[in-house]
Each structure stands twice: as C-alpha cells, then as structure tokens.
Design a protein around this ligand. Structure first.
Ligand code: PGA
Length: 255
C-alpha cells in the first residue's frame, strides 16, 4: 500500500461550545444507525469537555472516535480551568483538536504552547488534530504558504520524525470558517499538497501516511468534491456537524 491508499479518511465534527450532555446523547443515538453500514472510514466527534465521558460510553463498539477540542501541555499542575492529556486519555478519548484558529485568535493559543502540546498528546496516547490556516488578508497578500510553513514547522518542532504521521493536520483557511465561503477545490488541494510537502521535508515516509483534512464551511453539498481531491484525507466539520442527518450525509460523501 502506498500514498492515499494507506490513509484512511477521517470525518470529524468539531462541535465547539454547542450541545449539553443530553443533546450530545440524542445526537449519537440518531447518528449511529445512519453511519452503521459505512466501512473503511474513521468518524470523529469533538464534544465540549462535560459531554466527553458520556459520549465515549455511548459510542463504544461503534466506528466513532471521541476527541476533545483542546488540552493543556502539562500532565498536572496549578492551571485553573485547564484539562490535561492524561485526564482525557483516562476517559477513553481518542484524541484532541489542537491549535484551532478560534483558540489562537480568542484565547492566545501560541505556537510555543502547541510545540509542547503535540508531544504531550502523543505521549498520553492521544491523536492530535493540529489546525493551521491563513486569514483572508494573508491569502490576498500572497502569504498563504508563508503562514502554513510557519505554523506547520513551528508547531511540529518537538514531534520526533518517527511519530509525525500520528498527527492529523487540518487545513482550515480562517476566512472559510463559519462563513459559508468554502475554499475552491483547487485552493484546498494546493494548500494541502503544500502541507504534505512540508511534512515530507521532515520525513518522506511520514508525509505519505499523514492524514490531512480540509475544514471551513464543509456541507453535505460540497463534501463530495472536496473529499475526492487526491491529497484531502477527510474533513473537519463545524456547523454542519451539529445535525446528525447532515453529518451522516458528509460521512456518506467520503470516497
Ligand atoms: P465550519 O467550522 O465548518 O462551521 O466552517 C469548521 C471549524 O471551525 O473547524
């Protein structure tokens, strides 16, 4: 097996700060039968912290993995309001989103912190989904590649080559998040191929295996075209992941 054949598609739903435990449970009850026949693909949901334990339980034995949306880099300590990787791993959580643009922009998430968070997640047995992407202004100035190079190189600095392919990367152009403005197929393929080349600069073998997702206004209507692109290994879905029917339609659109 080589190249795209070795990469199992991942469709992950980033719920952000939506859904109580009860709402999350009812989503899962509605999702599971809708995706039951779907083989050869990984499905992830990323609920807020309070719903993680319940959703790990109610998805047990299914193809759905549960991911957090953030974590602290230290295993424990005086960090009021934070949650660590071993705490998430103990719940049976599969991984966590790291470096989402909302966290970078609104909560001061830095590349420096991400350099520590990525190896901490791997060490605890969690699969990180590292988000990177340019602003609209950066794209217009022609700085997309510069921004992606900076984020990918910096954030992965402390991940050893042998573990690089365990990090899922999500290319999320910030101008496409929650805006209804999806990247064109050409923009998505170009940026994701560029990210893969950046990983290849570290390790060719890892680059062949690393799953790179597209995120930003993915909907049932545009999923098929995006997911068919040669370097796109899945999607990180925000708004459209909150409804079980819509999310199942996106899962069904994966090749
Ligand atoms: P969106 O969000 O699908 O609502 O654009 C994507 C994300 O923020 O991960």
């Amino acid at each position: 097996m080589s190249g795209a054949d070795a990469r199992r598609p991942l469709i992950a739903g980033n719920w952000k700060m939506y859904k109580t435990v009860a709402e999350a449970e009812s989503f899962v009850q509605s999702l599971l039968p809708r995706i039951a026949g779907r083989a050869g693909i990984d499905v992830g949901i990323c609920p807020p912290f309070p719903a993680l334990a319940a959703i790990v339980d109610s998805t047990r034995g299914s193809s759905v993995g549960v991911y957090a949306q953030n974590m602290h880099q230290e295993p424990e300590g005086a960090f009021t309001g934070e949650v660590s990787a071993p705490m998430l791993a103990e719940l049976g959580v599969q991984g966590t989103i790291l470096g989402h643009s909302e966290r970078r922009e609104q909560f001061g998430e830095s590349d420096r912190a991400l350099q520590l968070k990525l190896p901490a997640a791997l060490q605890a047995g969690l699969e990180p989904i590292l988000c990177v992407g340019e602003t609209e202004e950066e794209r217009e100035r022609g700085d997309t590649e510069r921004k992606l190079r900076h984020q990918v190189q910096e954030d992965l600095t402390r991940v050893e080559d042998a573990r690089l392919s365990e990090v899922v990367i999500a290319y999320e152009p910030i101008w496409a998040i929650g805006s209804g403005k999806v990247a064109t197929a050409e923009q998505a393929q170009e940026a994701i191929a560029f990210i893969r080349a950046l990983v290849a600069d570290r390790s060719r073998v890892a680059a062949e295996r690393t799953r790179i997702l597209y995120g930003g206004s993915v909907k049932a209507e545009n999923a098929q075209e995006l997911l068919a692109l040669p370097d796109v290994d899945g999607a990180l879905v925000g708004g459209a992941s909150l409804d079980a029917d819509t999310f199942a339609a996106i899962v069904a659109a994966a090749p």
